[in-house]
Ligand binder design. Sequence first.
Ligand SMILES: NC(=O)c1ccc[n+]([C@@H]2O[C@H](COP(=O)([O-])OP(=O)(O)OC[C@H]3O[C@@H](n4cnc5c(N)ncnc54)[C@H](OP(=O)(O)O)[C@@H]3O)[C@@H](O)[C@H]2O)c1
Length: 249
Amino acid sequence: MNSILITGASAGFGLATANLFLERGWRVIAGMRSPRNDLLPASDRLQVVALDVTDPDSIKAAVDQAGPIDVLVNNAGIGWMNAVEGTSGETLRGLFETNTYGPMALMQAVLPQMRGRRSGVIVNVSSSVTLKPLPLLSAYTASKAALNALTEVSALELEPFGIKVRIVLPGRAPATSFGDTARAKIQAQGGFPEPYLPVVKAVMDAWASDSEAEVTQADDVAEAVWQAATDPAAPLRIPAGADAVALAG
Ligand SMILES: NC(=O)c1ccc[n+]([C@@H]2O[C@H](COP(=O)([O-])OP(=O)(O)OC[C@H]3O[C@@H](n4cnc5c(N)ncnc54)[C@H](OP(=O)(O)O)[C@@H]3O)[C@@H](O)[C@H]2O)c1
């Protein structure tokens, strides 16, 4: 039976992905910072493990508990929106810890077993913001652009070992808790610097006036991860959601 380890499986895209792979008969190892057994349907193919992607001990314990892993999905991530001047070094490092260093540490943790079996798939969940620069998203975009680069280069070096590496690029998904979590963090850190308020207003007005715009649903991302995991001919970059597909052109 195929097995998949998903980080950030407590909510949003990660939860939808865990549900989809369970429905389709896979063994699912659902990584959560605060493990909960009531989020996914009970199954003897489901293992919920404690996993904080910024904590090396937590990563080691989770991978040890999981056993053989055919597919790793680096989905856990955090958002941030502010000007460069409104982003502290600590916030920038925090974004990279979760969005970039975390996935790399997870890759390092599972690659020895995948190399040993000469098979495996790694799916890194990035963002469509790396396809089109948007104001106030410099730090978040930088963390995901670095993840793209890491993924693209590792795809080349892992090919001789039979290991495939893919990037899933979701579009904007207002239905997940991602935006609310980021907004709460922005408020907690003092909001936007005063000179940038007109830029913030322009960005907010553009989103508000675009209420008919296409967005991404969690199920779109789960299906893109499914393609990445199961289709040997899947491209390196897979946009997920109507807006991301349109951006990818
Ligand atoms: N939503 C969007 O508009 C959007 C668009 C493009 C890309 N993305 C990317 O898609 C991924 C999932 O986003 P989402 O919309 O599903 O967000 P979400 O609903 O906020 O879920 C994020 C998940 O990541 C987990 N997480 C955060 N920090 C973690 C850490 N240090 N260790 C382990 N887990 C951690 C959260 O766990 P807790 O429950 O413990 O907080 C949660 O399970 C992220 O990588 C995000 O950057 C999102």
